[in-house]
Design a protein around this ligand. Structure first.
Ligand code: NAD
Ligand code: USQ
Length: 402
């Protein structure tokens, strides 16, 4: 049993992870400033699923036989001493850092959102590292990074897990071997903060011997896990709005409300995916397998499959009869790319990946249908554009499904 502080434990990934770790017998303490709920209010958006208050969530967990989970409402970016005191008092073995602003479109919305995303994400993560160093504590930090730090060059090279072994030629022809962080190529201000996080980890692992695992996660889809299914007040959030909704979940709910599936550009973008049930399994594996003190940062690619956006649209259209719409791409990204990723680290640790073929699409379609009447249709368009000249992703032409 470990004592685990889960920062950002009210969020889409943090909540089911907290429940899963608690179910495994760990002592879990959630920290969250509920900023994600506040951003929903600011945008006029809401989770498709009706999420309960943190108090009601925790009461439902105990009601279903779960071990009590503690909760502290604290801003990890703004309240350094509050965070440091909590770490000093609770004495966790592991801190999982989910507490960052995670939507690329929100981070590109306007200058305030860019500044908020950088200040929030960098300060929250650095505050964790500074506090552990100051307390001289031996705490394993598990951070949620993103596949997006690698960029989408699509030239056929398999994306390794964080590091690239290279040989550098000097002017006199002599050769030097180096193992370097894979050169980052972020596609949004949000992804840029994850690239910056990597340098902070590299420094604290070297300087303070801190044990750090950085999980480069793909796009998470689905909503429920084994534990969140136990009670209606444990239900996980389901984002579908133009800023926070991610592509596959958006397609699944769009089909449920008879909205054409919004493919950006040609839909040739290939991305990495993982179901939320596998996310929680991966977090449990990462917690159980920390690096040794003095090791370099342990980087694992947390994804189970890759798909092209238009293929996903046609898969959902075939399953539901939905129409597909090619809309102007509001982002500045490659129109077409291939993606080949190593996820050997988690497979070697015992992950048995679930895939889209495992019947999970049906569950997410059913949840979308169940809560379709909660959908705010005006929140579906992706209105945040990457540069001034771009048009928002509003549906113009619809291609009827075959
Ligand atoms: P989320 O927005 O649902 O959850 C993040 C939680 O952190 C929210 O509850 C929010 O209130 C909290 N938070 C943010 N800033 C905070 C602060 N300063 N202090 C305290 N709490 C704060 O996001 P998510 O989808 O659960 O993502 C969690 C992490 O996983 C993020 O770091 C994200 O970048 C990463 N990730 C997510 C995905 C995905 O598809 N959802 C994919 C790859 C990586
Ligand atoms: N897209 C569409 N139609 C839509 C929405 C998105 O075609 O209606 C396209 C986008 O243009 C993009 C792709 O789908 O090419 C993925 O977009 P997304 O919103 O699903 O994912 P992204 O912005 O990359 O961000 C999400 C999470 C983020 C995480 C990242 C993992 O919000 O927290 O870090 O996935 S990854 O993509 O691997 O970097």
């Amino acid at each position: 049993m470990k004592k685990i502080l889960v920062l950002g434990g009210d969020g889409f990934c943090g909540w089911p992870t907290s429940l899963h770790l608690s179910a495994l017998g760990h002592d879990v303490h959630i920290v969250d400033n509920l900023s994600r709920r506040a951003i929903d209010e600011e945008l006029g958006a809401d989770s498709l699923t009706p999420i309960a208050s943190m108090e009601d969530r925790l009461a439902a967990w105990e009601e279903t036989g779960g071990t009590p989970i503690a909760f502290t409402n604290l801003d990890c970016a703004a309240d350094y001493y509050g965070l440091r005191d909590l770490i000093a008092t609770y004495e966790p073995d592991t801190i999982i850092q989910f507490a960052e602003q995670r939507a690329a479109p929100y981070s590109m919305r306007n200058e305030e959102c860019k500044i908020y995303t950088v200040n929030n994400n960098i300060s929250a993560t650095h505050n964790v590292l500074a506090a552990i160093a100051d307390l001289r504590a031996d705490i394993h930090v598990v951070h949620l990074g993103t596949m997006g730090v690698y960029g989408y060059d699509g030239d056929g090279l398999q994306i390794p897990e964080g590091y690239l072994d290279v040989q550098v030629s000097a002017d006199d022809g002599s050769k030097f071997d180096r193992s370097i962080l894979y050169p980052t190529n972020p596609g949004s201000v949000y992804h840029m903060t994850k690239s910056m996080d990597q340098l902070m980890f590299q420094f604290y692992a070297k300087n303070d011997g801190m044990r750090i695992t950085d999980l480069h996660q793909g796009i998470v889809w689905g909503t429920q896990t084994e534990e969140t299914r136990r009670h209606e007040n444990l239900i996980n959030r389901f984002d579908y709005d133009g800023d926070y909704g991610t592509v596959l979940n958006r397609f699944l709910m769009q089909a449920a409300v008879n909205h054409p599936l919004t493919v950006h550009g040609t839909g040739g973008q290939t991305r990495a995916f993982i179901h939320i049930q596998d996310t929680v399994q991966c977090l449990a594996l990462a917690v159980a397998n920390p690096p040794e003190r003095g090791d370099r940062v342990k980087i694992l690619n947390q994804m189970t499959e890759t798909h092209r956006v238009r293929d996903l649209a046609y898969l959902v259209a075939d399953a539901t009869g939905a129409d597909v719409a090619m809309v102007d791409n509001p982002r500045n990204e490659a129109a077409e790319n291939d993606l080949w990723v190593s996820n050997k680290g988690f497979i070697d640790l015992g992950l048995k990946p679930m895939t889209l073929q495992d019947g999970l699409l049906t569950e997410t379609i059913e949840i979308s249908q169940k809560y379709a009447d909660r959908c705010l249709m005006n929140m579906i368009p992706c209105v945040s554009t990457w540069t001034d000249g771009q048009k928002p992703g509003v549906v113009q032409d619809v291609i009827a499904a075959e």
